[in-house]
Design a protein around this ligand. Sequence first.
Ligand code: NAP
Ligand code: MG
Length: 499
Amino acid sequence: MNTVAPLDSVTSFLAEKHQLLIGGRWLPAASGESFAVENPARETVIAHVARGGSEDIDRAVRAARAAFEEGAWRRITPSERGQLLWKLADLIETRSEEFAQLETLDNGKPLAVARAADVALTVDHFRYYAGWATKIEGETIPITVPYTEARFLDFTLREPVGVIGQIIPWNFPLLMAAWKLGAALACGNCVVLKPAEQTPLSALLLGQLTCEVGFPDGVVNIVTGFGDAGAALAAHDGVDKVAFTGSTEVGHEIVKASAGNLKRVSLELGGKSPCIVLDDADIELAAEGVAGAIFFNHGQCCCAGSRIFAGPKVREELTERVVEIAKNTKLGDGFDPETAMGPLVSGEQYDRVCNYIGSGEEQGAKLLVGGRQRPRGLDRGYFVSPTIFSEVRSDMSIVREEIFGPVVVIQPFEDPEEVVAKGNDTAYGLAASVWTRDVSKAHKIAAGLRAGTVWINCHNIFDAAAPFGGYKQSGYGREMGRHALDLYTQVKNVIVNLT
Ligand code: NAP
Ligand code: MG
């Protein structure tokens, strides 16, 4: 195996004592505890990180509050905010190989993916929101006030919400931090970020860079820890808004926890996204597209295309092609340039995905490729082969539940009218893709699908300018684009008596 060697800077970063970023200082957890961070390709411990708990969350929220209400952040101009975000993007870009390697070590994804997707999109994301900092505008509203002769000027201000709690998952650790921080900081908020316990490292390096570029103390706070730290953040009365990405199950908990002080909530949750392939699709494009829709990032994408619907004429060929792609996918360590798919993120996730595969087999689905056995030559690491089932029933758990692994079900449909109902037969509504050469059918199906994103002849295409979020139990609120500004600002109406 001809693997890439880790940079010296990565090796020395891993060996650092990883503490919590609170009020501009790096501090140990109040409990003094830390936890181990694992490389899922080798099942080895690569770093230790402070285990923040509710006391640390409280300290971080207070630091964020102080920064929001007093201090330099209060006086900073929109232009300066934009410049800080731009500088942050530049610095991440300069150190992009370091970030990519950390992401691969921590999450398991191939280095090429970490470079081209995670880090590149992160840099672009911060640049995009750097631009917005100077363009967050109110409006003037011509009002009459019918019961008086007086004349008034009415205008609105878009003000930051305040202290934001942000809880993120492990599938795109750095990019999820960027999605959360970019818009929140552009709008002038202060943040407490809780990374996922499985992948805290890139957020900690990002935290170092926020200090280096000169974000004032307390504007960005990072508390690594487990679910209890997330729960404390979601429940904290000093938090004005919580933004969460993760499972629908925890999403429900977040909403309940937010009730105490009626904090605002935005949720980006799970999915069971359909990929609909019509008979007139470009079969090569569609086969590669739907395979990528589920196997990219090992199926650990909230918008993974985990249900393929194939029209009667393409069914056989599409299935053969996707099975062939699955068979030829090279699994291995993300540092091996030949690796197309790395391990799942953790032993817990490995067990979860294998249990789903087992349940598909037990419930009588036909396993076309993959399965629970370890891929040949990989005795360590949480590797699961690309797995495809057909002959499924719509009540099976592999059809209904989010697996978050490289597991897909192929289902038939007869006509394009029927497939919209089938695609919508899920509690989720995050994304969908439609594969066809017929523009009119594509638009009709897109209009019928209850999903926050519909891709046509593509899947997993993201841009900082394009809004992303869910219908139904995939959550609410839209991240990215101008829509994310609505999550992180509130409107103040000002009425001036001119008479
Ligand atoms: P999760 O529990 O929803 O974790 C997401 C984040 O929430 C993590 O930072 C987690 O901390 C934190 N958290 C956990 N319990 C919390 C609570 N009660 N209150 C506040 N925050 C809490 O997801 P998971 O356990 O890592 O993965 C389980 C399943 O969730 C996956 O198999 C997948 O189906 C789904 N998932 C979806 C997405 C997505 O992008 N939509 C992302 C990840 C997972 P810890 O890391 O310490 O638990
Ligand atoms: Mg969890």
